[in-house]
Ligand binder design. Structure first.
Ligand code: AMP
Length: 249
């Protein structure tokens, strides 16, 4: 059984992003980029399924510029068997990525596609759902447990006030939540091995996909700064402010 895992190159989660002065987006020059954390969890889950013997091959896919090869090498250092880069300099929106992944699903015929629940740069939380619709597959989003049982996947997901377990017929799409697993550290020998694993490069044209953006960003703005706090001399003054200014007691 083959598993396809989507991995996006995003601004590292430790970086404090800065908005470009013209409001057209965030400044990406000299900023550390990493694999999207939810996608690292997706790769880890696929590799664990292979280690259990229920999956035979894990294929990582990234869509974007040539620099995404680095993201694919990270996925392969965690344990993916090979990588596919869909190379383009175009701005990719979730619908375009979903169409590219659908074209690769047709080519690679995976039984399971695992994506992150959201990319931490745009927070869209759309690609997995769009892919499932385009490919006509069942989907389970925000997975915190995945088990393959015959030709089905049992997926537990976190919902308001509890857990829900769904049984999906394969092939299916699963998106990962934070609690699904804790990804392993890529060891130096595995980083070295990853450099030798196969990495195919294709383009959206090869796949017959039009990636033209359908949405236009009108503006990007920093969140409003917090106003400075004040020191109160004693408890009575604090209570007075909480009661009469903040009106919370
Ligand atoms: P989003 O819908 O943009 O929040 O992204 C959800 C998930 O879709 C991510 O966690 C990735 O698994 C996948 N994804 C989004 N964009 C890309 C991309 N450019 N390349 C590979 N996977 C992507």
């Amino acid at each position: 059984m083959r598993v396809l895992v989507a991995v996006k190159r995003v601004v590292d989660f430790n970086v404090k992003v800065r908005v470009r002065s013209d409001g057209t987006g965030v400044d990406l020059s000299n900023v550390k980029m990493s694999i999207n954390p939810f996608d690292e969890i997706a790769v880890e889950e696929a590799v664990r399924l292979r280690e259990k013997g229920v999956v035979s091959e894990v294929v990582a896919v990234s869509c974007g510029t040539n620099a995404c090869q680095e993201t694919l090498r990270t996925a392969m250092a965690i344990g993916a068997d090979r990588g596919i880069l869909v190379e383009t300099d175009a701005e990719l929106q979730p619908l375009a990525v979903a169409k590219l992944l659908k074209a690769l699903v047709d080519r690679e015929q995976p039984q399971l596609v695992i994506l992150g629940k959201q990319a931490i740069d745009n927070d869209c939380n759309q690609t997995g759902q769009m892919l499932a619709a385009l490919a006509g597959m069942g989907q389970a989003t925000f997975a915190s447990r995945v088990e393959l049982v015959g030709d089905c996947a049992d997926v537990t997901r976190e919902i308001d006030g509890g857990l829900e377990t769904l049984r999906l017929k394969l092939p299916a799409v699963v998106t990962t939540d934070l609690r699904l697993n804790e990804p392993r550290y890529a060891t130096l020998p595995n980083i070295m091995k990853a450099k030798k694993k196969p990495l195919d490069v294709v383009t959206p044209d090869h796949l017959g996909v039009d990636v033209a953006p359908r949405l236009k960003t009108l503006d990007t703005a920093e969140p409003a700064g917090r106003s400075a706090g004040v020191k109160v001399p004693d408890v009575a003054a604090l209570i007075e402010k909480l009661r009469n200014e903040a009106k919370v007691i």
